[in-house]
Design a protein around this ligand. Structure first.
Ligand code: 5GP
Length: 123
């Protein structure tokens, strides 16, 4: 079982942003920007192209909503990234053009700050 399946099942805690039948979105534990969110399909495939078309569409429908929410909350353009070298469960990173953003660098935020950001982003 992947670590993201454990998060989806509630076995590992997370700062949840959104959930529906096919997708799950939560804050990345090592955020590159405030609100750095991971959007994952509930089907635990390794690569995005392993998803069935309907699951791929569901994933990117959630990505779209998270991007819109990110821009509303932070007032800056949303960015997408797909890597997947650490966790073999397909996922899309959603960040935004925070002036302090640097590729691959993470912020140190307290649990209270993470919770407060999740509360602002969730929908
Ligand atoms: P990638 O596989 O795209 O290179 O990176 C995986 C991402 O998942 C990383 O940005 C990492 O911080 C995040 N991540 C790994 N384990 C956990 C976890 O247990 N909880 C959360 N919220 N994020 C995680």
């Amino acid at each position: 079982m992947t670590i993201f399946e454990k998060i989806i099942n509630g076995e590992i805690p997370c700062y949840k942003i959104y959930e529906d039948e096919k997708t799950f979105a939560f804050l990345d534990i090592n955020p590159e920007t405030t609100g750095h969110t991971l959007v994952v399909p509930k089907t635990p495939v390794d690569k995005l192209y392993d998803l069935k078309d309907e699951d791929y569409l569901a994933l990117f429908t959630t990505v779209k909503k998270v991007m819109q929410r990110m821009e509303t909350v932070f007032g800056s353009r949303a960015l997408l990234k797909v890597v997947g070298t650490d966790v073999p469960h397909a996922h899309v990173h959603v960040t935004h053009l925070d002036p302090s953003w640097e590729y691959g660098k993470s912020l140190t935020l307290s649990p209270e700050e993470m919770q407060s950001i999740a509360d602002r982003l969730k929908f």
